[in-house]
Write a protein that binds this ligand. Structure first.
Ligand code: ZN
Length: 109
């Protein structure tokens, strides 16, 4: 059975399009199967037409794993040939090169 998706910005009583009075974010503490964090944008609404008040999900954003997904739409394709999210950390102390030396190396070309 197909469930009709309710738009949180539409008044459930009279169908007026309403802008949220207040929004806040809920960040999921657990990443999903693709290692992405889900941020849910919640909104508090009051209909200017009938005065009905409600709360609803304004948007959902998924971040991580090389892509960002907003409302189920990917707005950035994942990096090719990247199977796992990888963090590359550069420790400048380990490189044993001073800032001056880097500058010199960049200029002496
Ligand atoms: Zn209304």
């Amino acid at each position: 059975m197909a469930k009709k998706k309710r738009d949180a910005t539409i008044c459930p009583k009279c169908g007026t399009k309403v802008e949220p009075i207040k929004t806040w974010q809920l960040v999921s503490p657990m990443p999903d199967s693709k290692g992405r964090i889900t941020i849910t944008i919640m909104g508090s609404f009051q209909c200017p037409n009938c005065g009905h008040k409600w709360r609803g999900v304004v948007s959902k954003i998924k971040i991580g794993g090389g892509e960002i997904e907003v409302k189920g739409k990917k707005i950035k394709e994942p990096e090719p040939v990247q199977e796992e999210p990888e963090v590359i950390e550069l420790d400048l102390d380990e490189l044993d090169v001073s800032d001056e030396e880097i500058e010199k190396a960049l200029k002496s070309k």
